[in-house]
Design a protein around this ligand. Structure first.
Ligand code: CP3
Length: 323
């Protein structure tokens, strides 16, 4: 499940309460390992995902990140060529050493047959937070910079490509079996921007990672890509695409599954609601997509208020449906 280690689990809240900030938890290998393993122990998922956040990359680049309780991430907004030139991609190895240690510990603690996923944010999505300094509804600040100062914006994207590839390669060397690249804000881009800022940088990361570690399996998550999902798969070279819950299942079956594996796509609100809506959503996904390559998942992150009983009921139905 997307965000499978998180606040909906009481055992996560217990560990989280011992750390003053969310990033302290991410940078403490023993604790980050424990919360990564919690959902595997409780639910027996096929894959664990490293417990960290996409915004540890700007933190390593010298733009410190804080998480305000209940309000999401805060950074000092990045602007101007001097600030971009001062970013420090060479600090990925040292600043994120605790994350690589977490990967080693998790791999050692997982059964052999459970996949460990490493991850990063895609350059576009990470850049939207770096420029706005926080989440925004439509990513206006980053879009305005991409239109108004495209050369400068490209410099930022280039730094993020380099830092993200380095970050992923180090996670793979530490024991990650495959990687996922989250482009949560890909859907707000226009046609040209989608090619230039979502597809192209992700393709460069995929190529750089595979040049170091041939055959690396990559899952992409271009949220909101809609009809552009096929161009995204073909343009980036990913092996599987995460589908958000708005993606029509017949399109996924007819246009995506012939070229890629698909992952998704229960609406986190259907999981929160439970009952018949959840059952029907699970059944539709299995009926439409399980003849092709399917990784059953949510279409975005699980919400903190989700009852654990709803997760259990979803898993029971999926496991019955897929034998
Ligand atoms: O279990 C997992 O999936 C692994 C951990 C993980 C987190 N964040 C932990 C987290 C992963 C893969 C992410 C990715 C991430 N982070 C994305 C891309 C995927 C997506 O959900 O769209 C984005 C955009 C972020 C940035 C981010 N991190 C935001 C906007 C927030 C605040 C919103 C919120 O849910 O609180 C976070 C915080 C965050 N990242 C939490 C967790 C468990 C909650 C912090 C806490 O426990 O106090």
């Amino acid at each position: 499940m997307m965000r499978q280690a998180g606040r909906y689990l009481p055992e996560y809240r217990d560990v989280r309460a011992r750390y003053p900030s969310f990033l302290d938890l991410c940078y403490t290998p023993e604790a980050a390992t424990e919360v990564t393993l919690q959902p595997i122990r409780r639910f027996g998922f096929d894959a664990a995902i490293l417990f960290s956040d996409i915004l540890v990359v700007p933190d390593a680049l010298g733009q410190p990140v804080r998480f305000e309780q209940g309000e999401g991430p805060r950074l000092a907004p990045l602007s101007g060529g001097a600030a971009i030139a001062a970013l420090t991609p060479e600090r990925i190895a040292s600043h994120l050493a605790p994350v690589f240690e977490t990967v080693e510990r998790v791999r050692a603690g997982l059964p052999d047959e459970v996949t460990l996923l490493g991850f990063c944010g895609a350059p576009w999505t990470v850049a939207t937070y770096m420029i706005a300094g926080q989440g925004t509804p439509d990513q206006r600040p980053a879009r305005m910079m991409a239109y108004g100062e495209p050369e400068l914006f490209q410099q930022l994207i280039d730094i993020l490509v380099e830092a993200s590839a380095d970050y992923l390669i180090r996670q793979l060397r530490a024991g990650a079996d495959a990687i996922q690249i989250f482009d949560t804000w890909a859907g707000v881009l226009d046609e040209d921007g989608f090619r230039r800022w979502a597809i192209e940088p992700t393709r460069r990361i995929v190529d750089a990672v595979r040049a170091e570690i041939p055959g690396t399996r990559v899952i992409g998550f271009p949220r909101g890509a809609g009809a552009r999902a096929k161009a995204y798969v073909e343009g980036t070279g990913i092996d599987a695409i995460g589908l958000d819950w708005t993606m029509p299942l017949a399109f996924a079956r007819d246009s995506l599954q012939p070229v890629t594996a698909v992952q998704g796509n229960v609406d986190p609100l259907a999981l929160l609601s439970g009952g018949r809506a959840l059952d029907e959503s699970v059944d539709r996904i299995l009926e439409t997509l399980s003849a092709g390559r399917l990784i059953f998942n949510l279409g975005h992150g699980i919400l903190p208020e989700t009852p654990i009983a709803h997760v259990e009921s979803m898993l029971k139905r999926v496991r019955k449906g897929t034998g």
